[in-house]
Design a protein around this ligand. Structure first.
Ligand code: AMP
Ligand code: MG
Length: 348
């Protein structure tokens, strides 16, 4: 299959082009499209056959449910049996935006979407391209990240092509994503809403709106079984084994420098995913993917997956990654780095 590439402006997308892409979706095809978080791989969310194609193209395990994307708040009603007060509060505050709510599913939703769960995850993205595409399709669009399962999510159309070129009908290219990490997933069916996946809407923002938020234990320890099925899989992983260094910033930078020097002395080719501040003190032999300034979690989030994918073209034997503070977007960044490293961490 030849994957068509549709170029559009991110703020004023050409309607004729989006109509073409929407027609592919309503015809049962697969279209990757940009959102503010990452590029998604879309299919008609009410068509079990079409959504089955998402799992095949990505190589995604069938028990990992998909998020349904809608173009307006009113579309939520037909997808769920109740909108709980916590969901209502979150939606009023953060939609459109990088927030996914989990609610009891309505009967029209195919089992393939929910991985057999009795709940469904729904999000209304902020991206104009995404919302206009969904509105033109006239159906909720199931859209996981448009990467091969296990690989870092794509934040550009080029990354989508690298993973899925030839396997999907089309990709809409509107340039890089602004947030760079996936949406925050909150289970709104529990008495106290539960954070299942940290993302673009921070824990601090959730607490400001809801008062109290539980955190899924699986986010804190690698032993607990996650309540968001997708979180149990190794994810976001670059091609070489990666070790994450965590702790106080100066100690992390120093420990990372030592690990790098030791690996180079052993004759290894070494990669580092690091801040600008740390990069300048590293052995010049290291291949460094710089994710931004240490204190700027928003920029780090936006650059994170490009940094992890940098080692696709720059093969290395081992990678060391510099951890950051878990404040704000840092929690989502650290969650992805821990998973990308398969929980191979060193406390500095
Ligand atoms: P992706 O779209 O690739 O970022 O993955 C979707 C994420 O949403 C996965 O981590 C899923 O486990 C999670 N998710 C989707 N539906 C549900 C649900 N009904 N309950 C809990 N988590 C869900
Ligand atoms: Mg994903």
């Amino acid at each position: 299959m030849q994957t068509q590439v549709f170029l559009v402006d991110k703020d004023k997308p050409n309607r004729k082009i989006l109509e073409k892409a929407a027609a592919i979706l309503t015809g049962g095809g697969l279209v990757a499209f940009p959102t503010e978080t990452v590029y998604g791989l879309g299919a008609n969310g009410l068509d079990a056959e079409a959504t089955g194609g998402i799992y095949r193209a990505k190589g995604r395990p069938s028990d990992n449910p998909l998020i349904l994307h809608i173009a307006e708040q009113a579309a939520l009603q037909q997808l769920v049996t109740t909108i709980t007060p916590s969901a209502k509060a979150l939606i009023d505050q953060y939609w459109p935006g990088p927030l996914t709510v989990v609610l009891p599913r309505a009967a029209i939703i195919p089992d393939v979407i929910t991985g057999g769960l009795d709940t469904v995850a729904v999000r209304m993205p902020d991206s104009v391209v995404a919302r206009e595409l969904i509105a033109l399709a006239g159906v909720p669009i199931a859209a996981p990240s448009a990467n091969t399962s296990g690989r870092p999510s794509p934040t550009s159309a080029q990354m989508v092509i690298t993973d899925l070129g030839g396997k999907i009908d089309a990709v809409i290219d509107a340039g890089p994503c602004t947030v760079g990490v996936e949406s925050t997933v909150v289970d709104c069916t529990t008495p106290v809403p539960t954070l299942l996946r940290p993302g673009g809407i921070t824990l601090e923002m959730l607490i400001a709106t809801l008062g109290a938020v539980d955190i899924d234990q699986a986010l804190m320890t690698k032993e607990a079984i996650p309540r968001s099925p997708g979180m149990k899989y190794t994810h976001y992983a670059p091609q070489a084994p990666m070790t994450l260094l965590e702790g106080q910033p100066d100690k992390v930078a120093e420990a990372l420098r030592q690990q790098v020097d030791k690996a180079i002395a052993e004759g290894k080719t070494v990669g580092a995913v690091v801040s600008q501040e740390t990069a300048v003190h590293l052995n010049p032999a290291v291949k460094a993917a710089i994710y931004g300034l240490r204190c700027d979690a928003a920029t780090i989030a936006a650059n994170l997956y490009a940094a992890l994918r940098y080692f696709d073209e720059q093969p290395v034997d081992v990678i060391f990654a510099e951890g950051i503070s878990e404040k704000g977007l840092g929690l989502a960044v650290m969650n992805r780095l821990r998973k990308a490293s398969g929980h191979r961490t060193i406390r500095a």
